[in-house]
Design a protein around this ligand. Structure first.
Ligand SMILES: Cc1cc2nc3c(=O)[nH]c(=O)nc-3n(C[C@H](O)[C@H](O)[C@H](O)COP(=O)(O)OP(=O)(O)OC[C@H]3O[C@@H](n4cnc5c(N)ncnc54)[C@H](O)[C@@H]3O)c2cc1C
Length: 334
């Protein structure tokens, strides 16, 4: 690990004043410290924001849900109003990682964690995401069982944030603050695909801090769910996950939003699956048709064809869970 300075900040202004010359924000530190220990990132200074009180807190108001970026995954999962009205977000936060990780991991850090790809995360490989790296994506010809099955022609990494999935389906917004002021970015514009940049995975610029996440109040009749499937019960990232938001009138679906987590290098919405459900009665047949539509155009690699089937199962079961027609799947993980 490189030598680095450590600054503990109490206010947003103090933190912004410290974010210069490659200094990096530290929230819970779970992902950042892993990357530093493996020599993948070498920041000269860590700016600790955990003690900035204005970045903590969850408020469910008439306009929607205001989440401080330092809200932990445990706090989000346990919040009664999130469980009731933003169920998919509580599901995602409560089924990520492990209880110990969830107590430490923050929402801001969760959506900002770096992608999962063992070629990127190992200092032994000259992955094309690293400066001076190879022109090739090693996952295309190498070990790729956990990698992307969609939008994977440039780089086959996956973004593993569980909370990003329901936030995308719920049309959330992220507030970014820098010395120049504030701006708001829709979750749908927050992640940057590798075709646009191999280096920047999000629109967050150096010197910017996530200072809030906002989820608008759901329409009457909204129900939502998130489920995650993986290799083992706990202590693991997803291999397939789905966040589903439905506006229901009895069993009739008026509107649908379906987001997929680790299918592609960034979390994505499936317009094809949403179109299958919109205006239809939700039942096993429509849920299965939506799951199948979502995987049309998938381009699995040599070892991850199984993810196409796993995603169909995740979408099918999560649509039925959101519609209240199935219980949480005991074989989903977390
Ligand atoms: C065994 C294990 C299993 C896991 N399983 C899952 C899983 O199933 N689903 C899942 O989603 N995650 C999973 N994780 C990842 C874990 O949830 C993340 O590492 C964690 O959420 C990161 O949050 P943090 O607060 O520790 O972020 P940090 O490590 O402090 O920061 C991560 C990144 O975010 C940036 N950052 C943090 N806060 C801000 C801010 N306010 N503004 C701007 N930038 C910021 C940092 O600079 C850094 O680049 C798992 C982790 C482990 C160890």
């Amino acid at each position: 690990m490189n030598k680095f300075a450590f600054v503990d900040c109490k206010t947003v202004d103090e933190a912004l004043g410290q974010l210069d010359n490659g200094a990096t924000v530290k929230a819970g530190g779970i992902d950042l410290l892993d990357l530093m220990k493996d020599g993948i990132v070498t920041p000269p200074k860590l700016v600790n924001i955990r003690n900035v009180s204005s970045l903590h807190g969850i408020t469910a108001g008439a306009d929607g849900l205001h989440l401080g970026p330092l809200s932990t995954l445990s706090e989000i999962a346990a919040h009664p109003e999130i469980q009731k009205s933003y169920t998919a977000l509580a599901d995602a936060a409560g089924h990520a990682a492990t209880p110990q990780v969830r107590n430490m991991a923050t929402l801001g850090g969760n959506i900002m964690q770096r992608p999962r790809c063992w070629y990127f995360r190992s200092s032994d490989f000259d992955c094309k995401k690293k400066s001076g790296g190879s022109d090739d994506c090693h996952a295309h010809t190498g070990e790729n069982q956990y990698h992307a099955i969609m939008n994977n022609s440039t780089c086959a990494m996956v973004h593993p944030s569980s909370t990003a999935v329901p936030l995308l389906a719920m049309n959330a917004q992220v507030e970014l603050t820098s010395k120049r002021g504030k701006r708001t970015v829709a979750m749908s514009d927050f992640y940057v695909p590798p075709e646009k940049s191999l280096i920047n995975e999000t629109v967050v610029q150096p010197g910017e801090l996530i200072t809030g996440v906002f989820v608008p109040t759901p329409e009457p009749g909204t129900r939502s769910a998130y489920q995650k499937y993986g290799e083992k019960e706990s202590f693991d990232w997803p291999l397939a996950d789905a966040g589903v938001v439905l506006v229901m009138d009895g069993t009739h679906c008026r509107k649908a939003w379906i987001a997929l987590g680790v299918a592609a290098p960034t979390p994505i919405r499936s317009a094809a699956a949403e179109a299958v459900l919109t205006g239809k009665t939700i039942d096993e047949a429509t849920a299965r048709a939506a799951a199948s539509a979502a995987m049309q155009g998938a381009t699995p690699l040599s070892q991850n064809g199984f993810k196409t089937q796993l995603f169909q199962t995740a979408i099918y079961r999560t649509v039925l869970l959101a519609a209240g027609q199935m219980k949480r799947d005991p074989s989903s993980i977390g």
